[in-house]
Ligand binder design. Structure first.
Ligand SMILES: [Zn+2]
Length: 166
């Protein structure tokens, strides 16, 4: 690991800790040549196996590109997309797998996208799960209705903690 300041090829680890989500190790390093400190992040490699059988490194940018079209015209910001891609990566990494099917990446996108915007979710799911009839849309919308009613029925006096509470 080269020092980013003076390019000295040697550095000393002064602190190592797991990131909050447990997916990476953050190392604080000290350069013995110039005395400056820098941080490195160590993650396991995560490969996505495409339908063609070709493996490529997992990329948050690709996740974002995949959902961006479904979010067109919706109140979804770039920050929302970045958060979604992070959530997708964390949920995949938490499974501990070093390789994952492209199909499973799509599945991992559906859940956070549903929380973000139901219209974008329906668009993405319709392409991704190959909806080919009105019935497919109806079934998906019925599921969304049931879920939103289940949330409403918990009511303000329910045992469910309000989302804004810390
Ligand atoms: Zn240095």
């Amino acid at each position: 690991m080269y020092c980013p300041f003076c390019r000295n090829p040697d550095s000393r680890v002064v602190d190592s800790r797991l990131t909050d989500d447990g997916s990476a190790i953050r190392r604080r390093r000290l350069c013995p040549e110039c005395g400056r400190r820098f941080t490195t992040l160590e993650t396991t490699s995560l490969s996505v196996i495409k339908r063609s059988g070709v493996a490529e490194p997992f990329s948050r940018a690709k996740v974002i590109n995949g959902v961006r079209k479904a979010c067109q015209g919706r109140p979804v910001t770039e920050d929302d997309l970045a958060m979604l891609a992070q959530e997708v990566e964390e949920s995949i990494r938490s499974s501990g797998a070093a390789e994952i099917d492209a199909h499973e990446v799509g599945l991992a996108i559906l859940r956070p996208l549903k929380n973000l915007d139901v219209v974008a979710y329906l668009r993405f799911a319709s392409v991704y799960q190959a909806f080919d009839s009105l019935e497919d849309f109806e079934a998906a919308i019925d599921r969304l209705r049931l879920e939103s009613e289940a949330t409403k029925n918990q009511g303000p006096s329910g045992t469910q903690r309000p989302l804004t509470a810390q």
